[in-house]
Write a protein that binds this ligand. Structure first.
Ligand code: 13P
Length: 255
């Protein structure tokens, strides 16, 4: 049985005080939920505030990005070791907003960042997903195969066992246009079959694949009913403690 993960990506929202306030309000709501893992991804500058507020609760904290170098002249970047030393346990890698906006992250960067995260003891959530024009052109499979080949297939079996993948169709992010449970499920199946080809059936069956893209309290139930969907990576609807609590609640009963 794959343990679900319910994660909130806060993107460039909340300052340190708001980060701590959210966690103080959210912690008691989820304190008895042991049916899933819960993680929030605040802005890097707010990781220490988040870690302090989370304390020894069941709310994990992760960063939204790292650079793969150990240290050096990389102005503005933070390393995996720095993030880990600040108390983060997780990191997002290859989020579409970093691949497709001004950051222009390449598929190959994703592999280097994932390896750096693992070496530092962080759990990477590797994000993949197709853009609207690719979706419309029926190229979802092609894009996912390419992203998996460049970003994930180069890991060792041992490394692969420690990662999580998030399928986030770019056309569903921040648009209110969630992928249907069936669309999400078939993309997850495709990712799992790529994993199976490269890492074997057992490893593929253990891989947790999250869905992200306009997840809300009123659509999470249908998504989580799909056996292929092992949790959610939530943007906008994770910014409010009550709303994120409602989403987490759907996964919390032991499946
Ligand atoms: P929204 O839930 O706001 O669509 O964002 C999804 C996302 O990008 C999570 O990483």
């Amino acid at each position: 049985m794959r343990r679900p993960i319910m994660a909130g990506n806060w993107k460039m929202y909340k300052n340190a005080r708001e980060t701590a306030e959210f966690i103080e309000r959210f912690k008691p709501l989820v304190s008895k939920m042991d049916g899933c893992e819960i993680v929030v991804f605040p802005a890097a500058i707010n990781i220490p505030a988040a870690v302090a507020a989370a304390g020894d609760s069941n709310v994990g904290v992760g960063g939204q990005n790292i650079y793969w170098g150990k240290e050096g002249a990389f102005t503005g970047e933070i390393s995996a070791d720095m993030l880990h030393a600040a108390g983060a346990g997780w990191v997002l890698v290859g989020h579409s907003e970093r691949r497709h906006t001004v950051c222009h992250e390449a598929d190959a960067d994703v592999l280097k960042k994932t390896q750096a995260a693992l070496a530092a003891g962080l759990k990477p959530v590797v994000c993949v997903g197709e853009r609207l024009e690719e979706h419309k052109a029926g190229k979802t499979g092609e894009v996912l195969v390419r992203q998996f080949a460049a970003g994930v297939a180069g890991l060792t079996e041992e490394q692969f066992a420690q990662i999580v993948i998030a399928y986030e169709p770019v056309w569903a992010i921040g648009t209110g246009q969630t992928a249907t449970p069936e669309i999400a499920s078939s993309a997850h199946q495709l990712i799992r079959s790529e994993a199976e080809k490269r890492f074997g059936t057992e490893a593929a069956n253990r891989l947790r694949i999250l869905y992200g893209g306009s997840v809300k309290p009123d659509n999470i139930d249908g998504l989580m009913r799909q056996p292929e969907i092992d949790g959610a990576l939530v943007g906008g609807a994770s910014l409010d403690p009550e709303s994120f609590f409602k989403i987490v609640s759907v996964a919390a009963p032991a499946r």
